[in-house]
Design a protein around this ligand. Structure first.
Ligand code: TRP
Length: 331
């Protein structure tokens, strides 16, 4: 809570191109909170460097991610949109929280285990304490809700544990946040291996639909999507590929699964895949158009970043001062 208003907070990493999984699972829903909540949406560049980045690309993607937030309907007048490294209180609080986070609990984070396997040559300390920085992001703004994809739920749970522990030692410091997992946060899976999450870092680009893919590419990718040897469009156990396509179609059209089964009754997978591709491309077209317009105006983006960082700093400063006082620093 900030000044009697509930707070929504989320972040997106400016690494890799964003996928329809990021869009449907998280970003698309951010705009729905603007009326009821004070909203902070952050481009988390400090998180991104836990794996190696090409500096020029990281910088470019930071602008792109901000532009994408806006293209997805986040108005910078109604939401605080900013870049994590512009507000140094994030890393300040992260250090303090590191001293109240346990090695054991961080070792249990599945994302850490996955990323350590994937980047076995670079298991750095930042990768390990990544969730503590994320907890700092959230707790700095006395956040009530955190809209995220299901893969981030464990990190938000950890954040709650850290905050609860801290509050037991130092009462009334942090609001305890709730994760909000969108209905479609049922994971969007890879089109090539539908038992695996669709991941922006997948090497097989046919497995992944990016928010900025053009219509032909989108349709081609859906046409190639792995399905099964059955022929009926129905949502059922063991039909991971079809289940995933039905979920995607449902998210883009608002149709329910039974409605989709009825719509494609007696039709084959070919027709269905085509329809999913069309629905996806049509839904993304206006987002892409807006994205291009916004990205073309770098000065405007920089203005938005600056204003967002000023707004965020105002609130972050209050929390960090309180925390420093509580832990016994001279301030
Ligand atoms: N870890 C999140 C992800 O990879 C991004 C993130 C960083 C975040 N800080 C956050 C999400 C705070 C929600 C709230 O998707």
């Amino acid at each position: 809570m900030l000044n009697d208003q509930k707070v929504s907070y989320s972040g997106v990493q400016p690494s890799g191109n964003l996928t329809i999984g990021n869009y449907l699972g998280a970003i698309k829903n951010f705009a729905t909170y603007s009326e009821q909540y004070k909203c902070f949406y952050c481009v988390v560049d400090s998180h991104a460097i836990t794996v190696r980045q090409v500096p020029a690309e990281l910088r470019r993607r930071t602008y792109e991610t901000l532009a994408l937030y806006m293209a997805c309907g986040l108005d910078p007048e109604k939401n605080t949109l900013y870049v994590q490294s512009h507000v140094p209180m994030h890393t300040e609080l992260a250090w303090i929280l590191n001293c109240y986070s346990m090695f054991g609990e961080l070792s249990r984070m599945t994302q850490f285990k996955d990323k350590s396997e994937k980047h076995a040559d670079n298991i750095n300390a930042g990768l390990f304490t990544y969730p503590v920085l994320m907890a700092a992001d959230i707790l700095l703004y006395q956040t009530d809700i955190v809209p995220v994809g299901i893969d981030q739920k464990q990190h938000v749970e950890l954040c709650r544990n850290i905050a609860t522990r801290f509050n037991q030692l130092f009462p009334d410091t942090f609001t305890i946040p709730e994760p909000i997992i969108s209905k479609s946060g049922m994971k969007i899976m890879s089109l090539a291996e539908p038992t695996k999450k669709m991941s922006k870092s997948d090497e097989n680009t046919n497995a992944v639909v990016y928010i900025l893919d053009d219509k032909d590419t989108i349709i081609r990718k859906f046409k190639r999507a792995v399905t099964d040897s059955d022929t009926a469009v129905r949502f059922a156990e063991g039909k991971d590929g079809i289940n995933n396509l039905m979920t995607i179609y449902s998210c883009f059209t608002g149709k329910t699964l039974p409605e989709i089964e009825r719509e494609f009754d007696g039709k084959g997978y070919g027709d269905f895949k085509m329809a999913v591709g069309e629905a996806c491309a049509d839904a993304l077209a206006p987002v892409q158009e807006k994205f291009r317009q916004i990205l073309a105006d770098k000065a405007y983006l920089e203005e938005v970043m600056k204003k967002g960082a000023d707004e965020a700093s105002y609130y972050a400063r209050k929390t960090i001062s309180k925390v420093k006082r509580k832990v016994g620093f001279v301030i």
